[in-house]
Design a protein around this ligand. Sequence first.
Ligand code: HSE
Length: 450
Amino acid sequence: MTVSSAESRNGNYPGKGIGEPVGVAILGKGTVGTEVLRLLAEFSDNLEHRIGGPIEVRGVAVSNLDKHKDAPEVAGIYLTDNARELIDRDDVDVVVELIGGIDYPRELVLEALKNGKSVVTANKALVAAHADELSDAANAAGVDLYYEAAVAAAIPVVGMLRRSLAGDQVQRISGIVNGTTNFILDAMATSGMSYEDALAEATRLGYAEADPTADVEGHDAASKAAILASMGFHTRVTYDDVYCEGITKITAEDIAAAKQSNETIKLLAICERLLDDAGNTVGVNARVHPTLVANDHPLASVDKSYNAIFVEAEAAGRLMFYGNGAGGAPTASAVLGDLVGAARNKVHGGRAPAENPYANYEVVGFGEVHSRYHINMTVNDRVGVLADLSRMFAEAGISLSAVRQEESDDGAHLIVVTHSAQESKLSEIVDALTSHADVQAINSVIRLDA
Ligand code: HSE
């Protein structure tokens, strides 16, 4: 390939020229880093054609040299424990950050961007916390910042929002974006097992990490929700803006009750545009919580550890994206897709479409959002209790769509399903029910997807 760099210049972001190598620094060599290196070697000829020049790995930064020095993927590749020295090299054009955590990778990514390197990261926590600072640094330096792998790994949802739906108006995104919790909820639904047993099974099979907190408490999904909402609504939404409730309180009884009403419990990340009566956007919201999904909704049938993202856009209508949302190879696939994009721009010139938070909508708190509730409580089985509780809902202005009562030894199980009402009102009524003399226990409160 012998085309001069002058022929491949592109506006203010000139390219190196077709045939020129693209130097890459890889930070981190865990499961994903190892797969990225393996695939880079395996696909190198194809990647060169797609990019217009060869990828040359300048080095791999790891924290423990001894642990990695004999690994086959780094044979002949410079291995260092000095990530700064690697990213500062003049012959590095693109930095791939696969370290994890927030503070240390934030420093490295900012330094790389400021030094004119494009960055590819799979780090959802970093992007969800600091997308503004990172995007500003990328824009100032005229380089690319890519993070497809940060949300649902191989499922191309960030690129879809960034490019494919760039001309449309996204109304709502609801997704199963955490495979560990989907595996646990699906195991509970298919076998009737308890949450604790399903978590143990997920751990045994390697889906859940030794400390599963980030997954089961919804933190991982909340980072992804922040990224999806930011991309979908052109507004900066951070991790701290996302209401987050995990699956640790879901019981086998909740799962059985959902089955009875032809519903499935899923941990959903919901990103929503809130409209006034005239259809104008008044704000956006992002939240993560266990959600009852009707069995005929496409998200209900997403089983095992699969992820799926359901997008509603004004012109495109309803779209669904399904696949592997975690794992070394699927995540590496997304990283390599980004790397090809960043490398191609280094060769030919130009930049990828950057995050564009021009709309700057108000990020509305969870209390303002409207939801439907499914409240399961044990009440004293005496005359007038049902009427009394119904009156409480009526006085709060909350309409009921269904009430079901089941006898039990310790009282009556009452299942109340509400129509859509403001979250703050619904949580007030749950508080009032909790202190009502005839309510023995609120067994569960689960939202329904509208
Ligand atoms: N632990 C996540 C999951 C994958 O279970 O989906 C990484 O975000």
